[in-house]
Design a protein around this ligand. Sequence first.
Ligand code: ZN
Ligand code: ZN
Length: 311
Amino acid sequence: MFLISRILSFIERRKQTVYGCLNFIGVCYSLFMIVALAAVNIFGTCPALYDDCQLPIFAASIIIFQVCANLVLIQLTMRINKVSYWTLNSSSLLPRAVSPPQEGSASLNDGKSGRFCHECNMNAPRRSHHCPLCGVCVLRCDHHCFMTGACIGIGNQRYFVVFLFWVCIGALYGISYMLAYMNSYVAPNSKYGYVIYLAPFACIQWLLGNLNGFHVFLSVLLCISISANFAAVGFFCAQIFYITQGYTMFDYHNYRTKHNLAGDGSNLKERLALIFGRNWFLNFIFPQFWNRNIFTAEIAQNVFLMTSKDV
Ligand SMILES: [Zn+2]
Ligand SMILES: [Zn+2]
């Protein structure tokens, strides 16, 4: 008990450092998985299975480009998440000034008007959320993603969704090659058959000298890739659900239930255009970074939560 309370108080004191470390570890993990999965299949499994790997490598290059391009864009467009970005570029959309609320004031959290962020020392729309790690108020905040090291908000949610989509494709592609290789070269030579595919069991066999380094690495990578793929599919489906409902994950589970917040947009087309800009599907073919988020007057009013009608 004493040790746990000491650890918790240490985390509380060093919150920023702990968050920073988790962010760094998450991004390193993502980059490692991309490089490891690509290298193992391009230089290991594919040449062992087929004489000509030109087409699979071409397909892998497209997947790697899509994953990396969207990962970079998630970072680069974080500035568009900031409330200050909209203050400078679209000041007419922002709510009227709200004074810093007094202690115990009813307006502190009435859920209807904008709010005052004490950390940023500025007025912010209700549909923004202060991220303690990024140190900014994020507009239409979905969540802070440690795997990409970024806050997911209005500016970069589209790249996050497309990133997840290509991660699912890439993981499935890599898993199929690893399974084909292991079915041909690992399972037939193991007296334990397919059980050797399980990472903990493969590690024990490696320590006992019954499995070589590459094969144990394949087993570990296969298990991690399958779990990562399940996670990516789950996250992708959840993101599509929230987007089609006109909410962020944060708003859906907070403001919708607590304050009866209506979803953004009156139809699916408007909701997709808010996140992906014009022609949403093109983002899945090539990142449409020049294509801006489209706010209708009603969506702007809902996102910036103005009570007046002068949008
Ligand atoms: Zn803030
Ligand atoms: Zn953040």
